[in-house]
Design a protein around this ligand. Structure first.
Ligand SMILES: *Cc1c(COP(=O)(O)O)cnc(C)c1O
Length: 358
């Protein structure tokens, strides 16, 4: 029985260490969709000094970051933070004096905890809803309007809703901020335009999600806003350091949409029948699938068993406190290319039988 989030994370880390020691990295398969990639080129290492690193890589991140997020170098800027959560906290800190309320639309509740937690910390009233009308009626010049492009469980926003909110924000002069942590790439699979092309004021994405970068947050948007937010982040140590910036730049430069499309195709075809035969309901996600009828406890236990016996890493086992406990497999992870659909499905079926002693 796992009693706390930290205990769960420790247990998962212990299992990972064990596999690493006894069998090696190649027996671990990270199917979280977060890869923590850290590509550094040989020459990068020589310029990672505290002040030289950011001088080089923040310039390059601005360019390649804006390209990735569909920004216009004449009006936008892109900067790096330690995590998406850090970019969100910095944004709210910088804007806390100008706004009276944060309102947040997302395709399906609940929100990633970083947004409500930051509001609570800063004492900003917070309202979240997955009902578009409840959001539209609240938008005014005193609100910061946050929109989640794709949720933690990879539910994608309806493009019509995204446009309607962003247009209303412009009309009523509310600052708009798109949390596109995974959505910046997932939405492209559905032919949706980047948030900045839809006139969002700000957008944040995670270079760790559905791409092979470090766990870090890329924030982009109107220059003046970005400068204020970045300065606020610097005061509290939330900005990405040289080494992280370098890894972000390399991952963004190497990002290939085709790779994501391959995972998208694989996810559409994977046979989930053996899981259904256990009486478990599934839902397909853009680049994988989720087991939606499990309780949180079952998800965590299944994830830990699957890790122990099959070396498969999933979010309910290793995710940060408060992250979604939905059991989800992501096929865009680089390790997914090394295992068959059958290995994954068998592993889930066998581990589930074991935790429920069926
Ligand atoms: C992952 C995620 C975040 C936070 O990203 P971190 O890198 O863990 O800080 C925020 N919002 C959404 C929608 C996310 O999926």
């Amino acid at each position: 029985m796992i009693n706390s989030e930290l205990e769960r994370i420790r247990r998962a880390r212990e299992i990972i260490l064990n596999i690493l020691k006894k069998k090696g990295r190649k027996y671990l398969y990270d199917l979280t969709g977060m890869s923590g990639g850290f590509k550094l080129k040989r020459d990068d290492r020589d310029i990672l000094d505290t002040y030289i690193g950011p001088a080089v890589f923040s310039e390059r991140l601005d360019k390649v970051g804006l390209k990735h997020l569909g920004g216009d170098p004449n009006i936008h800027r892109a900067v790096g933070f330690n995590r998406t959560s850090s970019a969100i906290l910095s944004t709210l800190m910088a804007l806390s004096k100008e706004i009276e309320e944060v309102i947040h639309y997302l395709p399906e509740r609940p929100s990633h905890p970083s947004i409500p937690r930051s509001c609570k910390l800063l004492d900003i009233p917070y309202f979240e809803s997955d009902n578009i009308n409840h959001i539209i009626e609240r938008i005014d010049r005193n609100t910061l309007t946050v929109v989640t492009g794709a949720t933690m469980d990879h539910k994608i926003i309806d493009l019509k809703h995204l446009r309607e909110i962003l247009n209303t924000c412009r009309e009523r002069k509310s600052i708009s901020f798109v949390d596109d942590a995974s959505g910046a790439r997932l939405r492209l699979l559905y032919n949706q335009p980047p948030a900045l092309k839809l006139n969002a004021n700000l957008v944040v994405t995670s270079t760790d999600k559905l791409m092979e970068g470090p766990r870090a947050g890329l924030l982009a948007g109107d220059r003046e806003l970005i400068d204020n937010i970045y300065e606020e982040g610097l005061k509290y140590g939330l900005e990405a350091q040289g080494a992280i910036l370098a890894a972000m730049v390399n991952a963004l430069e190497d990002f290939k949409m085709e790779r994501l499309r391959e995972a998208f195709e694989r996810a559409r075809k994977i046979d989930l029948t053996p899981i259904h035969l256990l009486g478990i309901e599934t839902e397909r996600t853009p680049t994988g699938f989720a087991l939606v009828s499990l309780s949180e406890e079952e998800s965590v236990n299944l994830a830990l068993k699957l890790l122990e016996k099959y070396g498969i890493i999933t979010i309910p086992a290793v995710g940060m406190p408060g992250a979604s406990k939905t059991f989800r497999i992501d096929l865009c992870s680089k390790d997914a290319y090394r295992i068959s659909d059958q290995y994954i499905i068998n592993g889930i079926v066998d581990s589930y039988r074991e935790i429920t002693s069926q």
